[in-house]
Design a protein around this ligand. Structure first.
Ligand SMILES: NC(=O)c1ccc[n+]([C@@H]2O[C@H](COP(=O)([O-])OP(=O)(O)OC[C@H]3O[C@@H](n4cnc5c(N)ncnc54)[C@H](OP(=O)(O)O)[C@@H]3O)[C@@H](O)[C@H]2O)c1
Length: 257
């Protein structure tokens, strides 16, 4: 088969969380550009409506699916709604995420829970809700998560976020190994520092911004749009032998000494 044709997502149905802005929004648009219909999940309904209009202008279907992922219990209903509107979901792009910063001596269990709930527990619950349906139907699928540099290392004051992003690697590898025989893959994209709302506190502080920039071999922060083609690749048959991987897409950060 033609190599380029293997990147096509024609006929696919993807559920994208974190679709209201940033990396999730860019990836949702990328998946639609590659041919997928998309269910768009986040709390900001107006932002989802605006993205849905862009997706529909591409000739793809888009479902606006407002939901709060601070509790994993919402996930089953979200997937049921998406399937009712679009048909069976075969692709998950889980980009919803929050961060809580505090010195380790002051971190509360509540902050850890807030990060774990959105970044890891709901990530697993959404994948489980989609995966159960794929297993029952005997269909393949691709589950894609957004990890972090902090899935591998740490920085002062990022402990709650780091715990949740390291937990996410357990979700990726656990699902990948157990569901590989069923044709369901699980991978994560681990960005470096991306110019989005989540990293605004770092970007808006000139000293911190410069420190970060100086550590990136490519010499620039990543943009949300950098991740759309990687999401398309991981969703598509072009990546069919890749599963269980945390793919660092960080401008060289993790390669440098
Ligand atoms: N920016 C970076 O430097 C960076 C680096 C590494 C990894 N990441 C990861 O990339 C992913 C996307 O982040 P981003 O940088 O694009 O940040 P962002 O612009 O702040 O986007 C975060 C997304 O998560 C959604 N979200 C947050 N809490 C939610 C909740 N309780 N329920 C449902 N949706 C919720 C937000 O939607 P609503 O507010 O509309 O609900 C928004 O769409 C996150 O997992 C983040 O950890 C980011």
């Amino acid at each position: 088969m033609d190599a380029l044709a293997q990147f096509s997502l024609a006929g696919r149905r993807a559920l994208v969380t974190g679709a209201s802005r940033g990396i999730g929004r860019a990836c949702a648009l990328g998946l639609a550009q590659a041919g997928a219909d998309v269910a768009l999940v986040a709390r900001d309904e107006a932002a989802l409506q605006s993205l849905a209009a862009e997706v529909q202008a591409l000739g793809r279907k888009a479902l606006v699916c407002p939901a709060d992922l601070a509790g994993p219990s919402a996930c089953e209903g979200v997937v049921a709604r998406a399937e009712e509107a679009l048909g069976p979901i075969d692709t998950l792009l889980y980009a919803a995420g929050v961060t809580r910063r505090a010195p380790a001596a002051e971190v509360t269990q509540g902050q850890i829970d807030e990060c774990l709930d959105v970044n890891s527990r709901s990530a697993f619950a959404m994948a489980q809700a989609i995966g159960r349906r794929l297993l029952a139907a005997g269909k393949p699928g691709s589950l894609i998560f957004i990890a972090s540099l902090m899935s591998r290392g740490a920085r002062p004051t990022t402990l709650p976020y780091g715990i949740s992003k390291m937990a996410l690697t357990g979700v990726v590898r656990g699902l990948a190994v157990e569901w590989a025989p069923h044709g369901i893959r699980a991978n994560a994209i681990a960005p470096g520092y991306v110019r989005t709302a989540l990293a605004a506190k770092v970007y808006d502080d000139p000293q911190l911004r410069e420190w970060v920039t100086s550590r990136i071999p490519q010499g620039r922060w990543q943009e949300a749009e950098d991740y759309a083609p990687i999401a398309v690749f991981l969703a598509s048959d072009a990546s069919r032998v890749i599963t269980g991987q945390i793919i660092f897409a960080d401008g060289g950060w993790t390669a440098a000494l």
